[in-house]
Design a binder for this molecule. Structure first.
Ligand code: C5P
Length: 222
C-alpha cells in the first residue's frame, strides 16, 4: 500500500478538520490543520500589537516564531514558541482577525514552506484553503468540502456552545461570510477549488458519510 497526500480545502466551518482528522486516523497518516498555523501567528501578532496591515512586520514576526503541531489524545495540540495555545487560537478575536493576517504574501510564503516540509514525511492529510491549489499541487487526492452558509453557521454555533464559548448565531453567520469573502478575494493563493479536486457538498451529510465518501476515493488511489 502506498502512502499518499490528501488535500482537503473549503470555506470556514464546512467540516474540514473533523473529517480530515478521522480520515488520518483510519489511515494512520499525519494530520495537519494549516488553519491552526495561521491562527497561531494571528494570535501572536495581536498579542504583540503588530499592525495587521503590515505584511513585512508580520513576515518578520513569523520568521522568528516556532509553531509546532502535536498529535494529542483526540485533538491536535498547537504549541506557539513552546506554549500551548490550542484553545486560545479558537477565540473570537483571533477568528475575526486571522484572514487579515493570512492575506499577506510574506506570511503565506513562509507558511507554505513550513507546510510542504511537514508533508514531506509520508502519508498526510492536510486541511486548509490553498492546499490543493498551492501547498500540495501534486497531492494524489484533493477534496473540496462545501456546505450552505446557514448550515455552517449552525454547526459552528453548536460547537461554540459545547465548548462553553458565548455565541450569537446571526453574528456568527455574518463573521463566517466575511471571512470567506476575504479568503476568496485575496490576491495570493485565495480559497478556490483546484481543477482536479473532488467537490463534496456536506450540507445534508453526516460526518460519517463524508468520511466514507473520502475513504472511497482514497481506496481507489492506494
Ligand atoms: O481552518 P480555519 O478556519 O481555522 O482557518 C482560519 C483562517 O486561516 C482562514 O479563514 C484563512 O484566512 C486562513 N487560512 C489560510 N490558508 C490555509 C488555512 C487557513 O489562509 N491553508
Amino acid at each position: 500500500e502506498r502512502q499518499i497526500q490528501i488535500a482537503i480545502d473549503g470555506p470556514a466551518a464546512a467540516g474540514k478538520s473533523t473529517t480530515a482528522k478521522q480520515v488520518a486516523e483510519r489511515l494512520s497518516y499525519i494530520y495537519i490543520d494549516t488553519g491552526a498555523m495561521y491562527r497561531a501567528i494571528a494570535y501572536k501578532a495581536l498579542k504583540c500589537g503588530i499592525n495587521l496591515e503590515d505584511g513585512e512586520a508580520l513576515g518578520r514576526l513569523l520568521s522568528e516564531t516556532d509553531i509546532t503541531l502535536k498529535q494529542g489524545k483526540d485533538r491536535q495540540i498547537v504549541l506557539l514558541d513552546g506554549v500551548n495555545v490550542t484553545d486560545a487560537i479558537r477565540k473570537n478575536d483571533v477568528t475575526n482577525n486571522v484572514s487579515a493576517v493570512a492575506r499577506h504574501s510574506e506570511v503565506r510564503r513562509d507558511m507554505t514552506l513550513r507546510q510542504q516540509q511537514l508533508a514531506s514525511k509520508g502519508g498526510i492529510v492536510m486541511d486548509g484553503r490553498d492546499i490543493g491549489t498551492s501547498v500540495l499541487p501534486n497531492a494524489e487526492l484533493k477534496i473540496f468540502l462545501l456546505a450552505g452558509a446557514e448550515e455552517r453557521a449552525n454547526r459552528r454555533h453548536a460547537e461554540n456552545l459545547k465548548k462553553g464559548f458565548s455565541s450569537d448565531l446571526e453574528n456568527l453567520k455574518k463573521e463566517i461570510e466575511a471571512r470567506d469573502r476575504m479568503d476568496m478575494e485575496r490576491l495570493e493563493s485565495p480559497l478556490k477549488k483546484a481543477d482536479d479536486a473532488i467537490e463534496i457538498d456536506t450540507t445534508f451529510m453526516t460526518i460519517e458519510q463524508v468520511v466514507e465518501a473520502i475513504m472511497t476515493n482514497v481506496q481507489e488511489r492506494i
